[in-house]
Design a protein around this ligand. Structure first.
Ligand code: APR
Length: 235
């Protein structure tokens, strides 16, 4: 039995054509975070923020899962079907490429591009259309829909569940994240303190690399299938 927690970031979707945030061509280079990813920015200019996430949503719908997403989908299925232990896949990403790669019960701690949240009735629902033009909430009819995204200053989703799984983990694997944003950047330390082995798969060393027992550098589309093959052979 081996309990695994996997954390993914924008790097796992880079080879699917979705931009990361902090590279030189990153999203935050031409979209100041304060304007498009904070509640204050949304209050100041909702049309700008809706347009920004309309672009993100359209990009997600046009993207395809890459071999890294597919490998994690396979690992998820085998771990569940062979009852080899818990496997929790936590992603900071708002795309649905893990799901389309075959993973189930993906925990989107920063929300989802394909979900909307009504600020009037609090209902959340699957959504693929633009929000520019303020369409009515399907539940209450009010023009109060916002992206179901966790902005800076807001609480990430299902943190208790994540820390519970980290406390039970034998292995924590971080894939495609810079380790720049908390609370996700603190997961490796918490996992270590609770006895987990820690592995990082990333294109370059992250800010937290020194905290990992092992770091493998390279593109996720190569590193992740290779790691999953090792896990499935380990029996
Ligand atoms: N394969 C593996 N790793 C990659 C690849 C790739 N093909 N391409 C880029 N990376 C790595 C980069 O080296 C970098 O370390 O992915 C990481 C991406 O880092 P960020 O752009 O900071 O994205 P992320 O870590 O997911 O950001 C975390 O910050 O802005 C918030 O909410 C946003 O969820 C996001 C959070």
């Amino acid at each position: 039995m081996q309990n695994i927690v996997i954390l993914t970031g924008a790097g796992i979707s880079a080879e699917s054509g979705l931009r990361t945030f902090r590279a030189e061509d990153g999203l935050w280079e031409d979209h100041p975070v304060e304007q498009v990813a904070t509640p204050e920015g949304f209050a100041a200019d909702p049309a700008l923020v809706q347009r920004f996430y309309d672009q993100r949503r359209a990009g997600v719908l046009a993207a395809m899962p890459n071999p890294a997403h597919q490998a994690l989908g396979q690992l998820d299925r085998v771990w569940r079907e062979e009852a080899r232990g818990e496997l929790l896949l936590v992603t900071q990403n708002i795309d649905d490429l893990h799901e389309r790669g075959g993973a189930t019960d993906v925990l989107h701690m920063h929300g989802e591009a394909l979900s909307v949240w009504c600020t009037i009735c609090d209902a959340r629902q699957h959504w693929v259309e633009p929000l520019s033009g303020n369409p009515p909430c399907p539940s209450c009819g009010a023009a109060g829909l916002r992206p179901d995204i966790v902005w800076f200053g807001e609480m990430p989703y299902r943190m208790d569940e994540i820390f519970g799984a980290l406390g039970r983990a034998d292995l924590f694997v971080s894939i495609g994240t810079s380790g720049a944003v908390y609370p996700a950047a603190g997961f490796v330390q918490y996992a270590r303190e609770n006895g987990a082995r820690t592995l990082e798969l990333n294109l370059e060393p992250s800010l937290g690399s020194r905290l990992f027992d092992e770091t493998r550098l390279g593109p996720a589309s190569e590193l992740v299938p290779q790691w999953v093959a090792e896990m499935l052979q380990s029996g």
